[in-house]
Design a protein around this ligand. Structure first.
Ligand SMILES: [Zn+2]
Length: 453
């Protein structure tokens, strides 16, 4: 008996010393951290071209949050979520390059997601053709961007420092306040909703990833929803409905970090809107959907992490000629004129217009149970519906607004229909023209290539 105990002790010690399967079969680890990113100066706000003055105060704080997941083999993935309108490729690259240098995280292993709140600051070069900033404001934007880059790198370091054994699970809830804004007239929405006559594709899913500590307590919860964070368009800092949803969840689970990840809601609005109480109400509805999922049946995640990332050349339609740009620069539409001047300046500086854009497509597989697809830009709902149908709704989570928010990303249908999401919005992002018809196929093909058959 005694020798049996000794020999099993020896075996255990050997197992730890060698890092054998017995020692690392513990499972997943996770660590989360958060920090306030509300600007400390009253700078220009993002999301609406019609704003004519800087912010005037704060409704609720804006947050950056990070969660690092580590699979049983020690492979990591870091998700950063931001209560911000978007992130430009330049800033995203600076942050991801630093994370690679400092923590050995490749582009495949890092996702920087934004909530698309329209009550946050201008973020670096994101949406630059939308604003006419004076020197003072330009400086504030630069300062904020530099400070944010440093904060995000430190935040991931903090989350890594908190890595601890965790159990992961995922499930889907439902929330119904998103309305297809292309297919329903805003003033008619309350009546249409009451009569059950809202039309157009929507994605009501509320995907939820739960992270529980060794005692089964919620340590972090990641959730998403496919809908613009545009309840308010006023002059107060606010995370809009995703901000309120995160607050409600952190109140209900005091030691937990709640992270919001925007889905493919480029053609969806929270309606009705324009009342602070509605931001709070939609936040409550979303938090309630998350809580119902947490207490309902969630699927435990085992297995290992695989992460893939690629930038594909997403083609534009025919580029404008120099003469066409010069004509646009004299346009009475100030946004069109601003964009044309920006592009002409680029050409004059020896940087000809590119016929395509390096578009980021990323996938994370967590065991066989969960497949994250993260796409750049403002992605319309058709992508989420299609990818979930093709890859399996029971395992697929599709997010937009991640790693680089360079434009709206219409489906073939929306591109053909035109309108704001189909092409009109390109001007605010400073891109030369609309996308070519094949963009949907190219994006879906890359996702399928990454996830395999
Ligand atoms: Zn938008």
């Amino acid at each position: 008996m005694k020798s049996a105990i000794v020999s099993s002790l020896v075996w255990l010690l050997a197992a730890f010393a060698l890092g054998s399967p017995a020692a690392c079969a513990e499972g997943w680890k996770a660590g989360a951290a958060k920090t306030i990113i509300t600007p400390d100066k009253l700078m220009w706000m993002s999301g609406y071209g019609a704003r004519n003055k800087p912010a005037e105060g704060k409704l609720i704080d804006l947050w950056a949050k990070a969660i690092v997941l580590e699979d049983p083999q020690g492979k990591r993935a870091a998700l950063i979520t931001l209560d911000l309108v978007g992130i430009h490729r330049d800033m995203s690259k600076i942050v991801r390059d630093s994370l690679e240098d400092k923590y050995g995280l490749s582009y495949a292993q890092v996702a920087i997601a934004t909530s698309h709140t329209h009550c946050g600051p201008v973020v670096g070069h994101n949406l630059m053709a939308m604003y006419a900033l004076d020197e003072t404001q330009r400086k504030l934007v630069e300062e904020y961007a530099t400070g944010l880059e440093k904060k995000l790198v430190a935040l991931v370091g903090e989350a890594i420092g908190r890595l601890a054994p965790a159990t992961l699970a995922w499930g889907n809830g439902q929330a119904t306040f998103a309305v297809n804004r292309r297919n329903n007239k805003e003033p008619e929405v309350p009546k249409l909703r009451e009569q059950g006559r809202l039309v157009g594709p929507v994605d009501y899913d509320v995907p939820v990833l739960s992270v529980r500590d060794g005692e089964g307590k919620i340590a972090a919860v990641v959730f998403g929803y496919a809908c613009h964070a545009t309840v308010m368009g006023f002059y107060q800092w606010s995370g809009d409905y995703p901000g309120f949803a995160q607050l409600a969840l952190e109140e209900a689970h005091p030691d937990a970090v709640a992270l919001f990840w925007a889905g493919c809601g480029a053609d969806q609005n929270p309606l009705p809107r324009q009342k602070v109480e509605l931001s709070q109400e939609y936040g409550r509805q979303l938090a309630a959907a998350v809580d119902r999922t947490l207490t309902g049946g969630m699927r435990p995640i085992e297995g290992k992490l695989t992460a893939a990332y690629a930038e594909i050349d997403l083609p534009f339609e025919r580029l404008p000629t120099q003469a066409e740009l010069e004509q646009q620069a004299a346009s009475s539409n100030k946004f069109e004129a601003q964009r044309a001047k920006m592009l002409l300046d680029k050409i004059a500086a020896g940087k000809p217009l590119r016929p395509n854009y390096p578009y980021p497509v990323q996938t994370w597989r967590l065991g066989d149970e969960l497949l994250f697809v993260t796409l750049g830009g403002e992605v319309v709902v058709d992508y989420a519906l299609r990818l979930k149908a093709e890859l399996g709704r029971e395992r697929t989570w599709v997010a937009g607004y991640t790693n680089d928010v360079m434009a709206y990303i219409p489906s073939r249908r929306v591109l053909a229909e035109g309108g704001y999401e189909g092409g009109g919005a390109m001007v605010y992002y400073g891109l030369p023209t609309i996308w070519a018809p094949e963009v949907e196929e190219l994006i879906v093909r890359e996702v399928r290539k990454q996830v395999g058959p």
